[in-house]
Design a protein around this ligand. Sequence first.
Ligand code: OAD
Length: 233
Amino acid sequence: MKIVVLTGAGMSVESGLSTFRGGGGLWDNYPVEQVATPEGFAANPSLVLEFYNKRRKELQGKKPNKGHELLASLEKEHEVIVVTQNVDDLHERAGSTNIIHLHGELMKACSSRNPNDLRQVRTLPSHSAEIIIGDKADDGSQLRPYIVWFGEAVPLMDDAVLALRNVDVFVIIGTSLNVYPAAGLLNYVPAKVPVFLIDPNDVEVRGVRGVTVIRKGASDGVEELIEKYLKHL
Ligand code: OAD
């Protein structure tokens, strides 16, 4: 079977990372327009670099959870494409091999003049995974986090839509479906394809029929998806 999975911040909650929205979410503590927009970066680059340096340091102390691992193990029997809004590398570390990072990758840096020039994207060394003022990209501009900020294009959205070609099962895990275009991916799923949604809280799914909701956290939810549903499809 071909399985496409769309994941969000809730996927990594059981690894100890925060979500963005809801009580205690990251955007409660950091104004999104300051740390996650090109205007915020132009106004105060040190603040923005510091925010992501902190996120990177935090991530390095975390591990994939059982949900990530179960998704990776599905590759033994199925073709699996993970389309993630997460900038962490927990899917990779769990062993998933086919991942589309719609919103960028925390462990990478890019040019601030040409953020989508892939030739200038580099992986930060894990022993010094910081970007500081004065670190330069190949084009001489300040290095910035390889993150898609609000107001910027989402270049990998086309790849995510293409990933849906011949999909047999579509799974949504741990996303509030508030942020577009990622949330709109669901609308490209052909009508006959079963859709599963794993989330311990209510998520409003607009305009889509017949979603099977598994109201659990990512680890228990993926386990139930496999045992109760995928094995019988
Ligand atoms: P949100 O913070 O909006 O939503 C997180 C979802 O995870 C909610 O629906 C929670 O109910 C759910 N959740 C909480 N605990 C969970 C658990 N243990 N298992 C599974 N789900 C759980 O995060 P996203 O939808 O990912 O973008 O946010 C989308 C984008 O908005 C992010 O990629 C980020 C943010 O601004 C950028 O930074 C560009």
